[in-house]
Write a protein of this length. Structure first.
Ligand SMILES: Cc1ncc(C[n+]2csc(CCOP(=O)(O)OP(=O)(O)O)c2C)c(N)n1
Ligand SMILES: Cc1ncc(C[n+]2csc(CCOP(=O)(O)OP(=O)(O)O)c2C)c(N)n1
Ligand SMILES: [Mg+2]
Ligand SMILES: [Mg+2]
Lengths: 332, 338, 332, 338
């Protein structure tokens, strides 16, 4: 579908919502990046800058009852899924207001009651789980879809193989979204697989494979919507590859020295946010001014989230021993 | 009604599936018509009543436990099994990193009602189909571990496990199943029980005194429990009185029961089928020493397999697995020395 | 290549050798099957009846320096690789004369000094190891090839995926032979994968994929030879699928009740041994009489192997504590 | 020359690769130009001298350890690493079933000279990047386990490991590496050593007394060894004299050294960073109780993490990991009560 038609069908409110989410992710990541560099945040962090169109495009295609699962790089997915920035920030600070009560941390943000499993930081680890969520929907005949986000690197894990094959065999309502950002940590995809497209691996499972432009939120949305609708109709899972790029380091303080300058510049020009803003302006869905106002509002909400995160209380010591077993004390 | 462990588990699973439509089984070769009902016949025929909830899988252990994990998160109550406990090693990340940890990582918001079943025991198949993997999971917070030595307990613990909202790993012993037909095992020990009609359970976390005695407390699970009872029998004639405790649950340990017995006997021996190094016996033994060292008349004693993989040779295998005679010998030595 | 040409190029001696190996495997398996049913052998056993053309065809294409790795079903591979039946039988009886000194058993027969790794009974477990053997050859620039035998079922294991991808990435001299006998234990391939041919999975790794008729030893040989020669020349690994069938149970006493009668009959007619015998007779490489004599000779050697296995000594008790560490006693 | 652990390991690996062309490294992100040299800079720059023997891999832990296993069988001497020890769980079958067992299964014919390196420690990354997996391998015959707490030992043990014909698993601690640049860790403890010029080794299987004392024997590895030294320091002023033993090798244990010390002090405390359940402390503790119960003036004591996964919250993490003050408190309690 063309951009114009797509925008028309989505309508102003939805489009504005999508831009808002993308801006939230960008602002959120930029601000905590700074906090990290200043040494003011605990732990480590893997950021989503440059990949905003992926999470937002896919999540826009989902219903409330659907469930997503993420990776070590989950902030974007969480924001796109509508988890409050306060509770994500709370989690990054390890506070009680965090979406995991401070027990999870950056690599595990998520809130199942909001449709996002706490993120799985083991590369490839969420795919078998998502297959299982889809299996549950299938057994119970629920019209829900389970979505896995994972990277190019993850597609080399055994877990990918077992999960996709089983998902295909059972025809579960699942969507496997490979965010191919060309690198797994410092390692270029070219070094670790001899094929061009991760989506081509779908054929090994008799599964539907598809690709979309991960820097174009509308393209992502269109392809995700189709896959989700097929899954919901009982026509089985899709492996959807999104071509994207990290416009930030792999983890805090990574200067990306393993990337070429050329490559960085090429992708920088494809930044999904200005691209989408341009479409919105050109399509007359938003004015320059509206976008500027939105940015300001978003920035304010991020600043508030940071303040909330900083000022929220630390968990009580006893929390250490809570929330492991449902009906049993932790043996001491 | 007298049932063996395989039959008792089958009946228990059938009952749980009938009672709660969220319960389902997932594993390799578990429900193929004309097939085996899993490696040891436990699920034989269940597919006839529950075709949609007996999920046969590819040979994909990561997938099996991932599926169980994901389905449980969505409110199902999966019973996942491996054909041999050894294959848990292929799915270790899903079990230890995901199933065991997700609830804690979520700040206690999630539930993970997964039952995992794993046959163990050194049974003439060589080193890769012999491991008693209990020790590997003793180090893993977030999982309850049970090990039924009788059909009664197997049934009661399976029911408790399915109804429990936490992950429960059940170790079963190949030589105790009493599997029949082409899946019968040589060297089988009778672990059948008279099974009550009613819907009883055996609580997770409670051990049981299998035999009362005054001189030595022997702690042993699964096949070793039966061998320990045999040893106790032998020793009775010699005037040595053994108390045999079957922990039934390995984690959380029923420490009260163990300490109560050791306070009485003053001697404790843990018998296990896995290598001694880093075994379950280490944890039980050290807990006794931490809590009631002053009651010990003799040093805590572990009888275990050697610190090697299991050898295939039947002659060596017999030396590898602690036999009743070897257990009795160690008790005799303990009584003589202390 | 046509059968005639192939036979010509192989020559009488080689052809006779191939038939001999196939007959050895068949006789060996038939005889121990009987011993098992009589309860006269320890342990358990997975037999190779019906699949003889696979092991023999592939191993005929190998050089002395090459190495093969096998599975829970290894007797055929061991015999085809030239490991003496006495030492295999010794292993099945757990005796000192066994190729693993009795420590391995049926599922672990092999002898690296003869070009066969002790078999790996973890389904899929040998593939990463074979990739590693190939990597060693590659690093050391040795003109050797590493061969993995595995089943259709194994191709659903994560280990398969990681091993094949890495083998392709490094271009190691390896051959991955999938013996697709239509079943993994009681489970039909149709239940557990949504594609027709395991060989098609090669595409997911940018690897060469190929298929051969696993009931025709000459076809197997031809395809294996090509793959081995490419690997040896540095042109990378191949995934070679052999279409075959078990004409026996999965393990001792399995009556194959999960197979259809039709299917069993279809494949029984394709028994690789009469098929090859016919080719040899028709091509005038062997007479009826020569074949009958060979069978007799083979039978005698199997009977001798059984006797040797039965009469060989049990390992000493101290052996239990030997052979774990190279330079250290087992701590007691 | 004074080096940190990361530098010492790098130098040791360089030396071994230069000496023996069968030595190679395999792992994720270990030799990418412009990259990190592995997660903690240990292999940084080695690809410049040994491009063909620094093998960068896909994110495929089964593949990494399978490759190491296969290459070792062909006479190579691989050094395989995971970025975080936790990921060993993804490769458990290759490590426990293949690498550890193949020699034994072959009747002692094969050799498996594999070195495996795994960074451990609870370091602000949440539950899946925090595990100290030592206990999981204590139950696995066929693997030697080392855990260097100083740069001197890291270098000496790495050399021994590479030259050893058996599989050696080396646990390293994230907070002890002294990694520099973008890979520096906050909370790092100085573990650097003065490194001799000569090609020394530290023998596998030999522990060391890090500090002599009379009242209590503290046994601890890696970070806990440093924290125990700090505790001992605090206690010295109070007139409590601690002997601190660093086992350096966890399997086989240097039991002689431990028993000798406990015979002298009469009190033993094992400090570990992993959960107490089924930990290394259980094995060490029970061995002491088996061998010299009569020398014990106080019950064997374990100081460990709680029996939970690691929490992310820095406040909770600090309570989770035994701190010097907590170790000292437990020693004080021990001295008061006994
Ligand atoms: C099983 C496992 N192996 C290694 C890692 C370390 N690690 C964390 S992120 C990462 C790179 C992941 O690459 P990719 O899947 O492409 O995702 P991206 O980071 O590019 O979003 C690695 C190797 C891990 N977390 N889990
Ligand atoms: C990891 C693992 N899972 C399960 C098994 C049990 N098992 C042994 S053989 C077998 C079937 C293997 O099928 P396939 O790979 O097709 O080989 P085939 O037996 O047909 O030769 C199974 C499930 C195993 N040995 N290892
Ligand atoms: Mg990536
Ligand atoms: Mg098969």
């Amino acid at each position: 579908m063309k951009h114009n038609e797509m925008m028309k069908s989505l309508g102003k409110e939805a489009l504005e919502g999508m831009l808002r989410r993308m801006l939230e992710i960008r602002q959120f990541e930029e601000k905590i990046r700074f906090l990290f560099l200043e040494g003011k945040m605990p732990g480590t962090v893997h950021q989503y800058i440059g990949m905003e169109a992926c999470a937002v495009g896919v999540c826009t295609a989902l219903e409330e009852d659907d469930v997503i699962a993420s990776t070590h790089r989950p902030h974007g997915h969480a924001i796109a899924r509508g988890i409050s920035m306060d509770s994500i920030m709370g989690e990054l600070y390890g506070k009680t207001t965090g979406c995991c009560g401070g027990k999870g941390g950056s690599m595990h943000v998520g809130d199942l009651s909001k449709g996002m499993l706490p993120a799985i930081a083991i590369v490839g680890g969420n795919l078998p789980i998502v297959m299982g969520m889809g299996l549950a929907f299938k057994i119970r005949k629920e019209p829900r879809v389970a979505v896995s986000f994972f990277g190019d690197g993850a597609s080399n894990e055994g877990a990918f193989h077992e999960a996709l094959n089983m998902a295909s065999v059972y025809g579960v309502p699942a969507l496997f979204v490979c965010e191919n950002n060309r690198y797994g940590a410092s390692t270029s995809v070219k070094r670790v697989m001899r094929i061009e497209h991760v989506a081509d691996r779908a054929a090994a499972y008799g599964m539907r494979g598809d690709r979309a432009d991960g820097m174009d939120v509308l393209d992502v949305y269109a392809h995700a919507r189709e896959a989700v609708s097929l899954a919901r109709k009982g026509e089985g899972p899709t492996l959807l590859e999104l071509e994207t790029f990290r416009l930030c380091g792999h983890s805090r303080r990574d200067p990306n020295n393993y990337m070429t300058q050329e490559e960085k510049e090429h992708w920088q020009k494809r930044d999904p946010i200005p691209f989408f803003e341009k479409l919105l302006r050109e399509g007359k869905y938003m004015t320059e001014k509206e976008i500027a106002d939105l940015k300001e509002a978003v920035e304010l909400s991020v600043v508030q989230a940071i303040e909330s995160g900083q000022q929220s209380p630390e968990p009580d010591p006893e929390v250490l021993f809570e929330g492991l077993y449902v009906n049993m004390e932790v043996p001491r | 009604m007298r049932l063996g462990i395989a039959e008792a588990l089958r009946k228990a699973i059938h009952g749980e599936m009938a009672n709660d439509e969220n319960v389902f089984c997932i594993g390799e070769d578990i429900g193929i018509p004309g097939g085996y009902g899993g490696a040891f016949t436990v699920t034989l025929g269940l597919e006839k009543d529950f075709r949609e909830r007996i999920i046969d899988t590819p040979i994909s252990e990561i997938g099996i436990f991932g599926a169980a994990c994901g389905a449980a998160l969505m409110g199902m109550r999966p019973i996942a099994d491996v054909q041999y406990g050894d294959f848990l090693l292929c799915a270790m990340d899903q079990v230890v990193d995901q199933i065991a940890k997700l609830r804690y990582m979520s700040g206690g918001k999630l539930k993970m009602p997964v039952v995992m079943r794993a046959p163990v025991g050194v049974t003439g198949r060589g080193a890769q189909h012999a491991q008693c993997l209990e020790p590997y999971f003793m180090s893993c917070p977030g999982i309850k571990i049970v090990a039924p030595a009788t059909a009664y307990d197997a049934m009661g613990l399976l029911r408790s496990a399915v109804r429990d909202d936490d992950p429960v790993l059940m170790f079963e012993h190949k030589l105790l199943y009493g599997s029949k037909g082409i899946r019968a095992e040589s060297g089988t020990v009778d672990a059948s029980s008279e099974i009550p009609e009613e819907d009883y359970t055996v609580p997770i976390g409670k051990g049981i005194v299998r035999r009362e005695g005054e001189d030595v407390t022997i702690i042993a699970s699964l096949l070793m429990m039966h061998f320990s009872l045999q040893a106790a029998e032998m020793l009775e004639g010699e005037g040595i009185s053994c108390e045999v405790i079957d922990p039934r649950t390995l984690w959380p340990l029923d420490l009260d029961l163990i300490l109560q017995s050791v306070r009485k006997t003053g001697r404790v021996m843990i018998v296990e089928e896995s290598p001694k190094q880093g075994g379950v016996g280490a944890e039980i033994g050290v807990q006794v020493c931490e809590h009631i060292p002053d009651y010990l008349l003799a040093p805590v004693t572990r009888v275990a397999a050697p610190n090697t993989p299991a050898p295939f040779s039947p002659a060596l295998e017999k030396l590898y697995v602690p036999q009743p005679e070897r257990i009795a010998d160690r008790v005799r030595a303990m009584m003589e020395e202390y």
